[in-house]
Unconditional design. Structure first.
Length: 294
């Protein structure tokens, strides 16, 4: 193995095709989009260079600040919800359900395969107040409370979005984290139990440190997915009410394809790329900590 991996020609043959495909699909469009950031115009009128005007506009645009703040808030809350819910489900599968966990995993994973539009329509009907009262408001009315227009205010719309995306993806993270938990040797768990560890102590001092790599992988998946959220927000709120639930992706899309300002839209895309890179670097930095030593 060392002889093969030490041969640069063999390494080039092994990873060259994958690196080429990745470059063509990912890196070339990123560089191309960055080039548009220094232009103005559209496909009809043509493009002309405008230097750093788009970047100057980026730092003074209040809509960008609001979209960035919403994106970071949404990513933080949904990431915690997805990873925590998935981890709790995985612990439930491994330590309590045992043989019956296949049925529960199937039920939890089912929302993952549903189309985003279908899930959005489901939650719209579930929380709607008019023209028909949805199940949530019906329950509120049953206990003597007034109906709530969940999509009429930024706060309630945000939490409906969070609930929908956590529910829709918890099965994926549960299965991903389950794969890390089942690799923990039973002998290690049994030894910890003999030493008096059980319940939360067992999870905190044994299970979490041994499953830390897959936990960090799940965190990176979730962070990057939530920072680039688009389809679920379009399906449920379309950025409303007003622009209160508009992330950077939706603002970028509207700027580029609704207002045909491709140069500024590419600048917003560049900002999103930088944010994703910085957050990923922070997560990788945290993942270097060895939990088995603390």
């Amino acid at each position: 193995m060392h002889r093969v991996l030490g041969d640069r020609r063999a390494v080039a043959i092994l990873i060259g095709p994958a690196l080429l495909v990745y470059s063509l699909i990912m890196l070339v469009p990123m560089v191309w989009s960055l080039g548009y950031s220094f232009t103005k115009g559209n496909t009809i009128d043509g493009f002309t260079g405008n230097g750093l005007d788009n970047f100057q506009r980026l730092f003074t645009d209040p809509a960008v600040r609001e979209a960035l703040a919403f994106t970071l808030k949404y990513a933080a809350v949904v990431t915690v919800g997805q990873v925590l819910t998935g981890y709790l489900l995985a612990l439930l599968y491994v330590f309590f359900l045992k043989k019956s966990s296949a049925v529960v995993r199937t039920l939890a994973f089912f929302p993952v395969v549903l189309p985003t539009v279908a899930v959005g329509l489901l939650f719209q009907k579930f929380f709607q107040v008019a023209p028909q009262t949805g199940p949530v408001n019906s329950l509120l009315n049953m206990v003597g409370l007034d109906s709530v227009d969940f999509f009429g205010s930024a706060g309630s719309a945000f939490w409906v979005l969070v609930t929908m995306d956590v529910w829709r993806s918890m099965g994926f993270y549960a299965v991903l984290l389950f794969a890390g938990l089942v690799d923990i040797p039973e002998e290690v768990l049994e030894s910890a139990r003999l030493d008096g560890a059980s319940g939360l102590r067992l999870v905190r001092h044994i299970v979490v440190p041994l499953s830390f790599p897959v936990l960090m992988s799940s965190l990176i998946f979730s962070v990057n997915g939530t920072l680039k959220v688009f389809d679920s927000i379009v399906a449920l709120t379309n950025g409303g009410p007003g622009d209160d639930t508009s992330p950077l992706t939706l603002y970028m899309f509207q700027t580029s394809f609704t207002y045909s300002d491709y140069g500024y839209g590419s600048t917003i895309a560049f900002l999103l790329t930088v944010v994703c890179l910085l957050v990923t670097l922070v997560v990788f930095r945290l993942s270097r900590r060895d939990l088995t030593k603390g």
